[in-house]
Design a protein around this ligand. Structure first.
Ligand code: UDP
Length: 327
């Protein structure tokens, strides 16, 4: 018998890749999404229920209809800048909405939850690479909303016996290697898609935010993980919880840092296109360097990324922006 897995945010960039990975593993993803940022045409591996996270009745109805074995909770607002401008929206959706979901899980006796958390919960790290035990001191409302829900999961686990996996994503990038899914944000703020748009001539130029950081080439360093690797990690987390594994919090990254300039070099190397750039001042709230210690994901989930080298990320994402790539 196939297992239903409820995926909030299953119509989004990461959620849709997760649904594909679940289906490949013989599970049926049930997407629960309000389509505020997701796309209905990305929901191809199971039913789409259009609903709000804050709608307790709709959540309970959906859970009663499908009796999912596990919930993967990706549905959230995820723009750091917007979270500073509109914290009300972020606390409402990411905190109140997530708690509504968690209470519905308790009421419907669903006790396994995989949560999309973020390296934004660490803030500016005191040491690198970032380990899961590193202090979590978020520096923006988005990171705080993610941390608050991690805390709720811990408290609910202790009191009510739920099991959870909090997955702290680093920078998700790339696209389905089979070309079925792409990154489609509106507005697009992330580095790699913006750089690819500029390389394809669909954006006048890429703004590089800061060239005076204390990094090897002066630009910010991030840990990019391929979205299909990220999806596989969710599958591993579901399997871990289904097998009776303990609750855990893990970093999901490649373990390597890549600078903004190195991304542009990789785009040139794999597509032959220069990215036209403009040098700008630093973007508020950007930590200079972030990359993960990935040992726990390997030890606890048996997860290791296989598509997360930067050239593979660009090779899979490039065609979705109309760029031809080298083999
Ligand atoms: N960045 C940039 N130009 C852009 C978008 C991003 O220089 O148009 C830089 C940004 O300052 C950061 C890195 O690229 O250092 C990654 O930013 P992104 O928004 O993709 O992810 P974040 O790390 O903020 O979650």
């Amino acid at each position: 018998m196939s297992r239903y897995i409820l995926v909030t945010g299953g119509a989004g960039f990461i959620g849709s890749h997760i649904c594909k990975a679940l289906a490949r593993a013989g599970m049926i993803p049930v997407t629960y999404d309000n389509l505020s940022t997701g796309h209905a045409d990305s929901v191809r591996w199971g039913p789409l229920i259009r609903g709000e996270l804050g709608d307790a009745m709709a959540l309970r109805r959906t859970m009663a209809e499908f009796s999912p074995d596990c919930v993967i909770h990706c549905g959230a607002n995820a723009y750091v800048g917007e979270s500073v401008e509109m914290p009300r929206k972020y606390y409402r959706n990411n905190v109140v909405g997530s708690l509504t979901l968690l209470e519905a899980c308790l009421d419907q006796e669903i006790d396994k939850i995989v949560f999309s958390s973020s390296c934004a919960t660490y803030g500016v790290p005191a040491s690198l690479p970032i380990r899961e035990e590193s202090p979590q001191q978020p520096v923006n409302p988005y990171g705080r909303t993610k941390l608050i829900f991690e805390m709720a999961l811990e408290d609910f686990a202790a009191a009510y016996g739920i099991c959870f996996a909090a997955l702290r994503y680093f920078n998700a990038a790339g696209a389905d290697p089979e070309g079925e899914l792409a990154e489609r944000h509106e507005p697009e703020t992330h580095l790699i898609p913006r750089a690819l748009l500029a390389a394809a001539g669909r954006l006048e130029r890429l703004d590089i935010f800061g060239t005076d950081y204390s990094t090897a080439d002066g630009t910010c360093v991030r840990d990019y993980i391929h979205v299909s690797d990220l999806a596989q990690a969710h599958l591993a987390a579901v399997n871990h919880l289904m097998a009776g594994g303990d609750s855990l919090s893990v970093n999901l990254g490649s373990g390597r840092g890549t600078s903004v300039r190195e991304i542009l070099e990789a785009i040139y190397r794999t597509t032959g296109h220069e990215v036209p750039v403009r040098y700008r001042s630093r973007r508020a709230g950007d930590p200079p360097i972030l990359f993960a210690n990935t040992a726990r994901a390997k030890a606890e989930l048996g997860f290791a990324p296989i598509l997360s080298d930067i050239d593979t990320i660009i090779r899979t994402a490039g065609p979705t922006f109309g760029l031809e790539v080298t083999a």
